[in-house]
Design a protein around this ligand. Structure first.
Ligand code: NAI
Ligand code: MG
Length: 494
């Protein structure tokens, strides 16, 4: 396990030789310590990235050459899937099969952006037709410069990939700051970059705390672009700090994503997708469909079946066979989720099942799969992100009512609709104000497709070609044809 910072191609201790605990949420035991990056370390990392951008080879390489290194990174990650997935389980708590998915997607993300890097050689430049024939013009896409990436703890390596792969594909250099709760796999990315031959200084990784290393990165004047995934309040702070230097920002801030279920959908399908929408990854998912609106005729039946199945979810150690729900990431997150459930009770929600710590698992950061029914529309649990295995369910009577209730949120990351009537499903999908709309499913995520939110769920889109555009500037190059007439000051009056 790595325990130092990766700056300018070297593994270094923090300047203060300071470190912090890495904790296993299965038993709350500290099993490792990693370097606690200070503002000075962040400064060194940003300066290395700046040098690598301004004078290094990376942005001068062809897309094809960059693609070669990105593909090597992908292959190294894929070849190490089992070890990386086990690190993720230890650090984050998630079940191994889900961690394996994450690592496979991480490798896939590097392959995808390798292809886009290669395509930049072909379509990175575009001739612009002008109405004036004395000039010719082209639009040229260039890397935005030094990117600062700050990522959360729910999909530690995958969230790194969503930012590192497109930034490198674009020709940017960067500083990555993983969450202090899950630094291990992000640091592994440094070793992968080294082994793949990424030029030094292109990718720098500084583990550390948000208000310390994170804040220093956000405020650094030599950073051109910030990419952030995490909570809304931290995203708002980041954006305010970015305003001083007019840094470009992209933000992915989670939400309170609704699911609308119409009565024409088979109940077993409904139960499957509600469960996947909220219990996958312990519900620590930015796009979790945490508010479910169910058409009245099937409401009681769905809630009943859901409670039966939620009680059957195998909860335990992420490495244990068959486990589908691990501990939450930290004691603090466990407390936050348990407090939310208590608040929901106080506010009048009915706890259909769950609501506590599973018996026998008290030593870990566990929370039972929980269903809260009929929470008032203005209650905290119905309106705010809980970020745990807690779903709120309510009945509705008409399509218009369901759409209005679903849209009544300051967030707009994702939404889902389930109906056997495909015309209605499409109509509702278009009526919902969110960046990601799932029809007859919830959560499946594809590297090729745009990912991001409306309203307070964020700014910009990751993944797909949109993800690459986050790290590209557009330059126009306009040339005058000297054989054509011109003259404003130096007119030939003769
Ligand atoms: P957070 O938003 O504070 O942390 C995310 C990242 O931002 C971490 O790397 C952290 O070190 C960094 N950070 C924190 N303060 C910073 C600052 N002042 N300047 C720069 N970087 C800073 O989220 P946290 O505290 O880990 O979780 C709190 C809640 O946030 C969760 O309960 C959940 O509701 C939400 N969350 C949402 C996520 C999403 O994917 N949308 C991911 C993680 C958390
Ligand atoms: Mg941990």
């Amino acid at each position: 396990m790595r325990d130092t910072l990766f700056i300018d191609g070297k593994w270094v201790a923090s300047t203060g030789a300071d470190s912090f605990d890495v904790t296993d949420p299965w038993n709350r035991e500290v099993f490792h310590r990693v370097a606690r990056g200070s503002p000075d370390d962040v400064d060194a990392a940003v300066r290395a990235a700046r040098r690598a951008f301004d004078t290094g080879p990376w942005r001068r390489m062809s897309g094809l050459e960059r693609a070669g290194i990105l593909r090597k990174m992908a292959d190294l990650i894929a070849a190490d899937t089992d070890r990386l997935a086990r690190l993720e389980v230890r650090d984050n708590g998630k079940p191994l099969p889900e961690a394996i998915w994450d690592i496979e997607d991480t490798a896939g993300c590097f392959h995808f952006y390798a292809d886009l890097a290669e395509r930049l050689d072909v379509d990175g430049e575009q001739e612009i037709a002008l109405t004036h024939d004395s000039f010719s013009c082209k639009a040229v896409r260039e890397p935005v410069g030094v990117a600062g990436a700050i990522i959360p703890w729910n999909f530690p390596m995958l969230m790194a990939a969503w930012k590192v792969a497109p930034a490198l594909a674009a020709g940017c250099t960067m500083v990555l700051k993983p969450s202090e709760l899950t630094p291990l796999t992000a640091l592994e990315l440094g070793a992968v970059a080294e082994a793949a031959g990424l030029p030094r200084g292109v990718l720098n990784i500084v583990s550390g705390f948000g208000p310390e290393a994170g804040q220093a990165l956000v405020e650094h004047p030599l950073v051109d672009k910030l990419a952030f995934t995490g909570s809304m309040p931290t995203g708002a702070k980041l954006m305010a700090a970015a305003a001083r230097d007019i840094k470009a920002v992209s933000l992915e801030l989670g939400g309170k994503s609704p699911m609308i279920v119409f009565a024409d959908t088979p109940i077993e399908e409904v139960v499957e997708w509600i469960m996947f929408g909220i219990f996958w990854n312990q519900g620590e998912v930015c796009s979790a469909t945490s508010r479910v609106l169910i058409e009245k005729p099937i409401y009681d039946a769905v809630v009943g079946r859901l409670a039966e199945e939620a009680q059957k979810i195998p909860v335990g150690h992420g490495l244990a066979d068959g486990v589908l729900l691990g501990p939450l990431v930290s004691s603090a997150q466990q407390e936050k989720v348990l407090a939310a459930i208590a608040r929901g009770r106080d506010e009048g929600a009915r706890v259909v099942t769950g609501g506590g710590v599973p018996a026998g698992l008290e030593k870990g950061c566990f929370v039972e799969p929980t269903i809260l029914a009929d929470a008032p529309l203005d209650s905290w649990v119905w309106t705010e992100e809980i970020f745990g295995p807690v779903v709120c369910v309510r009945p509705f009577e008409t399509e218009a009512e369901a759409v209005a209730l679903a849209n009544d949120s300051p967030f707009g990351l994702a939404a889902a609709v389930m109906s056997a009537d495909t015309v209605r499903a499409e109509r509702v999908a278009r009526a919902l104000r969110a960046g990601i709309l799932w029809v007859n499913c919830s959560q499946p995520t594809f590297t090729e497709a745009p990912w991001g939110g409306y309203k307070r769920s964020g700014i910009g889109r990751e993944l797909g070609e949109w993800g690459l555009n986050n790290y590209l500037e557009v330059k126009q190059i306009t040339a005058y044809d000297r054989s054509k007439p011109w003259g404003w000051y130096l007119k030939d009056d003769a």
